[in-house]
Design a protein around this ligand. Structure first.
Ligand code: IMP
Ligand code: MG
Length: 428
């Protein structure tokens, strides 16, 4: 039995898609366990370049069963569009299933995500405006619509009628917007039910069977640990748990069954959206990294904020996920840098913190304490083994391992599948 969870160690966009794609080649089942189409995973392989938002990256492995789990919120139109895109590249999606417990993003979620952001003005969270937060809010408030509700028009009507009455009051009375028409929403979402119905299943049964049969199961995280609702930079967070623990809740596999937790980190830091980021570089170096690494959001196209590697946040991320192996990505972006900085502490007033504080007020006034290391001139893109990396790059990797108290088992030096170095075998 092998259950791997793969999570983002920073603020998302760590290059998880590539690492998952690599591991998914061997997997029997790949489960996306949290978030929704706020995520954007770029996968480059023999079939082409794909920007996946909802479909697990395991879709390119012809053997793997792929699951959009109970922990996700689904925009049916976004899913259908993504499936069409995959089909147009001849990617077989017949092994994809949706949990009947997954929640559905409704038109009012998307409208309210935008309206709430506008209302926050200066205090906007910088959400992706995909309706993710409002959909998870309704899940917790017990007024969500689940995938299984789409399968029966009468049940959908019964569930949706009182909910839409409430949402229309909010839309019209608070935001002075036109109301949504019940019949139209029912018609549209019943049609989605017909289109997606054949793949909506009781996926826990499939998952538990796979666990019992000792299959290799990969839990595919989205977003990043620092965006976790509990442990992230609240309130500048997403609305579900991108942590390994979220992988347990989002799949119905208890934590005792997990064999490894792979945490994906970039060699530097990025964040898209608002909220504290202590090592952000608002200068030429930050811009240089953004341009060189094309750091623009996969989902929203927004420029990502870039900065040095933050080992305080990194160590915390290792702890809150129990990360057993790190995958360090985008190392090649640092080729040609004469020196590199790593943040090892936060200076707040006269104190230096070596832990990640909960308060954004504290984080906002944190001054990063940096350790400087030599960079390297050589190109790393062709390196196939750890020994082929420049000595300074090896030292950089070693220092991150020391600071995070965790092995770096996997390093990527470019976007292509073969630009990956397995430092330590993680597949038994
Ligand atoms: P939401 O998830 O759309 O509610 O957005 C909340 C915060 O999470 C915003 O700062 C978003 O930019 C950020 N976010 C959500 N999904 C991703 C992702 O996949 N990568 C990076 N940031 C994300
Ligand atoms: Mg992304």
């Amino acid at each position: 039995m092998t259950v791997f969870a793969l999570v983002g160690g920073q603020w998302g966009d760590e290059g998880k898609g590539k690492v998952i794609d690599y591991l998914a080649e061997k997997a029997d089942m790949v489960i996306r366990f949290s978030g929704g189409d706020n995520a954007g995973h770029t996968v480059i392989n023999d079939c082409g370049t794909f920007k996946l938002h909802l479909v697990p990256s395991g879709i390119f492995n012809r053997r793997a069963t792929c699951i959009i789990s109970n922990g996700m919120v689904i925009n049916p139109q976004a899913l259908l569009t993504e499936l069409n895109e995959l089909h147009s590249h001849d990617v077989d999606t017949s092994r994809l299933f949706i949990s009947n417990r997954a929640h559905i993003i409704m038109p009012y979620h998307i409208l309210l995500d935008g309206l709430e952001e506008e209302r926050r003005g200066q205090g906007a969270l910088g959400t992706t405006r995909k309706g993710i937060g409002p959909a998870f809010t309704d899940k917790t408030a017990r007024i969500g619509i689940r995938a299984e509700d789409l399968l029966n028009k009468d049940i959908l009507l019964q569930r949706l009628k009182p909910i839409l009455e409430l949402k229309n009051l909010i839309l019209t009375k608070i935001y002075q917007q036109p109301p949504l028409v019940l019949e139209e929403v029912i018609k549209q979402y019943s049609l989605y039910g017909e289109q997606l119905g054949p793949i909506i299943r009781n996926t826990e049964t499939m998952i538990h069977k796979a666990v019992d049969e000792g299959k290799f199961i990969l839990l595919e995280g989205a977003q990043g640990s620092m965006l976790d609702t509990d442990f992230g930079t609240y309130p500048y967070v997403t609305s579900s748990s991108p942590l390994a623990g979220g992988g347990s809740l989002g799949s119905g596999i208890g934590p005792i069954k997990f064999n490894r937790v792979v945490g994906v980190f970039k060699a530097y830091s990025t964040r898209v959206g608002n909220g504290p980021m202590p090592t952000e570089l608002i200068n030429d170096t930050g811009e240089f990294i953004r341009d060189k690494a094309h750091e623009f959001g996969t989902t929203t196209g927004r420029p990502r904020r870039c900065g040095w590697f933050d080992a305080v946040a990194g160590r915390y991320s290792v702890q809150i996920n129990s990360i057993s192996d790190i995958a360090l990505t985008h190392l090649d972006i640092y080729d040609g840098f004469s020196s590199l900085k790593i943040c090892t502490g936060y200076k707040v007033d006269n104190e230096t913190l070596d832990y990640f504080p909960s308060s954004i007020a504290v984080l906002e006034k944190s001054q990063p304490v940096y350790e400087e290391m030599d960079g390297w001139e050589e190109q790393t893109a062709e390196a196939k083994t750890f020994d082929q990396l420049p000595p300074a790059a090896q030292r950089y990797i070693g220092r991150i391992e020391e600071l995070l108290h965790c092995h770096i088992s996997f390093v990527t030096v470019g976007p292509h599948r073969d630009q990956s170095i397995m430092v330590r075998p993680i597949l038994d």
